[in-house]
Design a protein around this ligand. Structure first.
Ligand code: TYD
Ligand code: MG
Length: 458
């Protein structure tokens, strides 16, 4: 007979490891102060779980003999989502879509599944009523007869619905709201999230049905719940953006079936999310107005797409003893490094200045090619002279103030040309083999920060 036995277990909220007692430091991942107490009751008969695991013994195969079936992918209606997924949703895969509350995760998923008319889809909502979802569907203006909505938070009931409906795609909104009866602790706790995700994963692999999990993120910006969640799923998509802006960026932070450098850009409109197919136009502030000091346009590469992005800086005398450094959308350590380079190599005394840096559009950029634009924006604000219209920059800045080449320069130059830029400042020798005289943009090659400065401000 099944026995019910309660016990207290300590879980690491970082990696999901468990321990019978509290520890200051997680014995598994080494994180400090992450152990949380949860009551766990195992209602299974003793040893049941262990039995079933070893009963499913698989047979070793030679690599050469494994049949590689062409992974079937479900084509997503949104081209941006499709690209971030690596060309569609792979059958039997589990994809986690994470993001802050209200960023538009439910909208993104609903909008897509309502356009897939050829497949039976089950949308499990633990957060909103069927009525609320219907209202959202009306707002988006799409309907489908093949999409079933159910408001449910019990994992066991969800599997019952799955059995009845036999869906070809399952959506769980959100993983933090569902709970299994087999575990005592409340929904959203480490043990529940871990168990529910593992059971859904098993279902996805056994039935070859893709499952999309929607997940919340915590204050620090990482996915709430144990890190194991990120390890067991096949792909993690982050939906991010700044509340002040209407732009939303979807990026894959992990993808077993594709590239993680791809990026999808959306705009939140009155009637759902709109794909932004030409992001460069949006990421630069309007070009018709007069040039302002402290702004510079950089050409970066996100995935395989070149993007023109505006860096904005404000340099002012420090109001208090300790100068402030504030950065959004760019690595703050990297900005400090660039400030040190400017101080040492170009002789600007920025040590006593407040420096604020912002990347327009709420985008977070990791491409080092933006360095040159960041430096130009800071210098421009410092000397209070605008960077002339039509100039953009692309290049990495090294510690000795040298401008270093970055990848795919030709593609970047062509994008800048296409968008009507007049001049691009790039590292020396990075356009080898390209006939620059044929380009409709002036190419200025520089080797040092000082040269770029002289070119920009005379
Ligand atoms: P939602 O998808 O509910 O966010 P999440 O699931 O990530 O919590 O998005 C909610 C926000 O989007 C809400 O503030 C309203 C806004 N919104 C629009 O602006 N236009 C729309 O068409 C829809 C459906 C939502
Ligand atoms: Mg939601």
């Amino acid at each position: 007979m099944a026995k019910s036995k309660d016990k207290t277990v300590w879980f690491c909220s970082e990696c999901g490891a468990d321990s019978p007692k509290w520890e200051g430091r997680c014995p598994s991942c080494g994180a400090w102060n992450t152990m949380v107490e949860e009551r766990v009751s195992l209602r299974k008969s003793d040893g049941g779980a262990r039995m079933s695991r070893s009963a499913l013994m698989s047979v070793p195969q030679k690599v050469s003999e494994i049949k590689a079936l062409d992974e079937t992918r479900i084509h997503m209606p949104s081209a941006e989502l499709n690209r971030v997924l690596g060309g569609g949703l792979v059958s039997g895969s589990v994809v986690l879509v994470g993001g802050e509350p209200g960023i538009g995760k439910s909208t993104l998923v609903l909008q897509n599944i309502l356009s897939i008319k050829s497949r039976r889809i089950l949308y499990v909502s633990g957060e909103e009523s069927a009525m609320q979802i219907k209202l959202r569907a009306d707002r988006i203006g799409r309907m489908s007869d093949n999409c079933y909505i159910v408001t449910e938070t019990s994992l066991e009931n969800i599997f019952r619905h799955i059995e009845n409906i036999g869906p070809q795609l399952v959506i769980i909104d959100s993983i933090q709201t569902i709970a299994s009866d087999e575990i005592e602790s409340s929904a959203g706790s480490v043990s529940q999230v871990r168990e529910c995700a593992a059971r859904l994963l098993r279902y996805a692999k056994e039935e070859n049905v893709p499952v999309m999990l929607i997940g919340h993120i915590n204050k620090e910006g990482s996915l709430a719940g144990p890190k194991v969640l990120e390890h067991i799923v096949d792909a993690v998509l982050q939906f991010e953006g700044d509340r002040q802006y209407m732009y939303r960026i979807l990026r894959a932070t992990k993808n077993r079936f594709g590239n993680t450098s791809e990026l999808g850009i959306y705009e939140m409109c009155q009637r759902g999310l709109r794909e932004v197919t030409n992001p460069s136009e949006l990421l630069m502030s309007r070009r018709d107005r007069e040039a302002l000091s402290g702004c510079a346009i950089g050409v970066t590469l996100e995935g395989i797409r070149p993007l023109l992005i505006e860096a904005q800086a404000l340099v002012s005398s420090a109001a208090y003893g300790t100068p402030q450094r504030s950065v959004t959308g760019f690595d703050s350590k990297r900005m400090n490094m660039l400030l040190a380079v400017l101080e040492k190599r170009v002789g600007f005394k920025l040590g006593q200045k407040d420096v604020f840096l912002n990347i327009a559009g709420g985008l977070k950029v990791a491409d080092p090619a933006l360095d040159l634009a960041v430096i130009a924006a800071i210098l421009s604000s410092n000397v209070d002279m605008a960077v002339a219209h039509g100039i953009c920059l692309s290049g990495e800045v090294g510690l000795s103030g040298e401008i270093r080449p970055v990848t795919r320069m030709e593609q970047r130059v062509r994008e800048a040309e296409k968008l009507g830029m007049e001049t691009i400042i790039i590292p020396q020798g990075s356009l080898k083999g390209v006939d620059t005289s044929k380009l409709d943009i002036e190419v200025v090659e520089v080797t040092k920060v000082e040269e770029a400065f002289r070119r920009l401000f005379g």
